[in-house]
Design a protein around this ligand. Structure first.
Ligand code: GRF
Length: 218
């Protein structure tokens, strides 16, 4: 099987980027990260890339005439390196149509809430303010909407009564670092089929134990 080439788009600290790097370096995922694109010259992700011998490219949106031109340029950088999967790891922009057209059902994003609840910015704060008992995170393919594309994998994470945005975010982040690499592994193994707005994961074993929070009494 040909090794999957991945392109990562990230705007910040890149802890998800790191989790993906680690899963590749330990051999859990058969893939290679060929390029990091960032819109933020101060992103810590750049240092992570350098440390692991990954090429990085700072692409500043203000240098492009329009959003479409920006994402057309990004798509051509990715294509010229043979990238087959684009991963958004804390990329703080809505992806433009040229990139989605170049990579249909091949752009993945992680969102820190159980979609379709709490899309957009600050998913953890939205969930905490709302008072949900279970939140979580979602990996999905990206379409033109805001966090609306077909869902690949989700983790349900209990919320505590005294949670703050920070404590809930921290609990969710640990699971982001598990399910993002998992989704990429499934993709690399050719196990994700998109049917309309659903995905079907080949060979997945269904576990019907529910998560109830707070747990049932005796
Ligand atoms: C994560 O919470 C992710 O879910 C959201 O942005 C944050 C990025 O964090 N899309 P990091 O840069 O991966 O540490």
């Amino acid at each position: 099987m040909k090794t999957l080439k991945i392109g990562v788009l990230a705007s910040g600290r890149g802890s998800n980027f790191q989790a993906i790097i680690d899963s590749i370096e330990t051999g859990y995922i058969q893939a290679r990260i060929n390029l990091l694109i960032t819109d933020n010259p101060k992103a810590f992700s750049i240092e992570r890339a350098a440390k692991h011998g990954i090429e990085s490219l700072v692409m500043l949106p203000k240098k492009y005439a329009s959003r479409d031109e920006y994402f057309m340029a990004a798509a051509s950088e990715l294509k010229s390196r043979g990238v087959g999967l684009v991963v958004l790891a804390g990329f703080m922009r809505i992806v433009g149509r040229p990139l989605l057209e170049a990579y249909p059902n091949r752009v993945m994003n992680i969102h820190p809430a159980l979609l379709p609840s709490f899309p957009g910015l600050h998913g953890q704060k939205q969930a905490n303010d709302y008072g949900v008992k279970i939140s979580g995170c979602t990996v999905h393919f990206v379409d033109e909407g805001m966090d609306t594309g077909p869902i690949i994998i989700q983790a349900a994470v209990p919320a505590k009564d005294d949670d703050t945005e920070e404590s809930l975010s921290e609990r969710i982040l640990k699971f982001e670092h598990k399910i993002f690499p998992e989704a990429i592994k499934l993709f690399a193994e050719g196990r994700i089929e998109v049917r309309g707005r659903k995905t079907v994961i080949k060979g997945a074993v269904f576990d019907d134990r529910p998560l109830i929070n707070p747990p049932l009494g005796e």
